[in-house]
Design a protein around this ligand. Structure first.
Ligand code: HEM
Length: 496
């Protein structure tokens, strides 16, 4: 038996699958765990056998104790709510033509760059506030789409609730960390018993999850009652349910929207923070992307999602591809569980086995990505486009087909995530120069543990690139003119 790593398991899994082959087997307290280290094996097991490999483990800590068990990522495959929630997510953001999301993305990403700029003006010269600003962006995007909520730029009560809750998701469902996930009876130990600190942690975290799931919905109901609710997913679902909605229906609506929040905000924020880190380490990539942006925009306007759709910024596009390949933020995927026994390459995968596609290792497979530890967007461009590949056929595999997972549980928020990351990358590079602090260069391998991984906080110097960039930043209003929708006076309690 190989030892189950407690943290940063994706690095260890990668070592195993490099050493023992792309399918590795371990057993923890009798629980079989299969680690898949290649795209081929993950496709065979999680896509071709999706009918029997799409369940989830029961997460006692994150699910039952902290309260995420009604959220989509933790629902069992045969739970009828899963199908419904995935269908609703697909309608909301499931197609490439989801242009209704563009306005939200562009408006809020502009607010992000204005906030970073304002921080610089008041002396935040080392990017100390950057992680909070990025978290704000991810929270504000999802709250706007799911609840029509216009987050205030500073100290927004709902963003605060949401950011607290989102910290708990990745940590509480991380496999291998909580003994109670392997021995559920530990949950019932009295709290004076040694090693029961997890009970205290779960109580604190579950209060954040309760607040996150209920408060935004109460906000929408309140606005609907006075006829001022802007369009949102929650309003559409509440409208559809009608005045005679039963408590179960309301419960499902609440968890549909909360699921998107729990799974979408922290991931997006982590990916954008990795972007800043990689720009510090790769000034040549930053320069090339900026020169492409300058050629297309001539310093006269900010990039837009229309530019992405029109394909006029190909280097920015491949920079984003390389960013998600190099630093996947759900590196060990979310575990799947087999509902039936299966045979694969002559081995028996037992019913109940946990299957982990190690997305980090797959996106570093040297057969798919030569020199995988080198950050190189040029791997996705032909020589004619200034890249590494002789022909279009040589262009390396699209990492978006890996890092959003496999099969029937793959990420329903992929399109929204790609829009958010692209917008943040393009707008930040259009106006800012991102540098490190001498002698304190961060490492992309210095990460926070969790099912969703973030870079450890690092120092960076952000400056405005040019006078045109300064003018563009000055043209963004200091305060969000749409925040009129923000319904509470400061320090309001939500319950009045
Ligand atoms: C860079 C950003 C993101 C990454 C890398 C990412 C990645 C993933 C991965 C790897 C999974 C598990 C797939 C599997 O089990 O095979 C997943 C599931 C999920 N994601 Fe994302 N995601 C991102 C953003 C988002 C966003 C923005 C949303 C929604 C607004 C979202 C909603 C979900 C949901 C609801 C699930 C659970 C699906 C299920 O269990 O059926 N994600 N995501």
């Amino acid at each position: 038996m190989l030892d189950m790593p407690k943290y940063f398991e994706w690095f260890t899994y990668h070592e195993w699958t490099q050493k023992y082959g792309d399918v590795a087997h371990i057993s923890v307290f009798g629980q079989p765990i299969i680690v898949l280290g290649s795209h081929a094996a993950s496709t065979d097991v999680l896509v071709r056998k999706a009918a029997i490999s799409s369940d989830r483990p029961v997460f006692t800590m994150g699910g039952k104790m902290v309260g995420w068990d009604n959220a989509m990522p933790l629902l069992q495959y045969h739970d009828r709510r899963l199908k419904k929630m995935r269908r609703i997510s697909g309608l909301l953001m499931g197609t490439r033509s989801s242009t209704h999301l563009w306005d939200v993305e562009e408006h809020l990403t502009r607010r992000l760059i204005k906030k970073i700029y304002n921080d610089m003006q008041v002396g935040d010269s080392e990017g100390r506030k950057l992680p909070d600003r990025i978290r704000w962006l991810a929270a504000a995007i999802i709250l706007r789409i799911t609840h029509g909520y216009a987050a205030a730029d500073e100290d927004d009560p709902l963003v605060n609730i949401a950011t607290e809750a989102m910290k708990t998701f990745g940590q509480s469902v991380e496999p291998g960390v909580w003994a109670v996930d392997f021995i559920p009876a530990l949950r019932h130990l009295p709290s004076w018993f040694p090693f029961t600190n997890f009970q205290k942690i779960s109580r604190e975290w579950s209060s954040h999850v309760d607040a996150l799931s209920q408060t935004p919905l109460d906000f929408v109901k309140k606005q609907m009652s006075v006829g001022t609710a802007p369009f949102s997913l929650a309003r559409a679902l509440l409208d559809q349910a009608g005045p005679d909605m039963d408590p179960q229906e309301e419960f499902e609506i609440k968890w549909t929207t909360t699921s998107l929040y729990g799974a979408g905000a922290d991931t997006t924020a982590a990916q954008i923070y990795f972007f800043f880190l990689l720009m510090i380490l790769h000034p040549e990539v930053q320069r090339r992307a900026q020169s492409e942006l300058d050629k297309v925009l001539c310093g006269e306007r900010l990039p837009s999602l229309r530019d992405r759709q029109d394909g006029v910024l190909p280097y920015v596009d491949v920079l984003v591809k390389e960013l998600i390949r190099f630093s996947p933020v759900v590196p060990a995927n979310t575990p799947h569980v087999m509902t039936e026994e299966a045979e694969y390459r002559g081995w028996r995968i037992p019913k109940g086995a946990i299957v982990i596609a190690n997305l980090w290792g797959i996106s570093r497979d040297p057969l798919m990505y030569p020199n995988p530890d080198i950050f190189r967007p040029e791997r996705f461009l032909t020589k004619a486009q200034g890249g590494d590949c002789e022909t279009v056929e040589d262009i390396q595999f699209d990492p978006a087909k890996i890092i959003f997972g496999y099969g029937r549980r793959s990420c329903p928020g992929q399109i929204l995530a790609e829009l958010s990351v692209w917008s943040a990358v393009a707008l930040c590079l259009a106006v800012f120069q991102i540098d490190g602090v001498k002698g304190e260069e961060p490492s992309p391998y210095d990460q926070e543990p969790g099912i969703i991984t973030h870079p450890k906080a690092f120092k960076c110097r952000i400056s405005v690139r040019s006078t045109q960039a300064q003018e563009l930043l000055n043209s963004i209003p200091d305060h969000d003119v749409t925040a009129w929708m923000h319904p509470w006076p400061k320090k309001s309690t939500f319950n009045e």
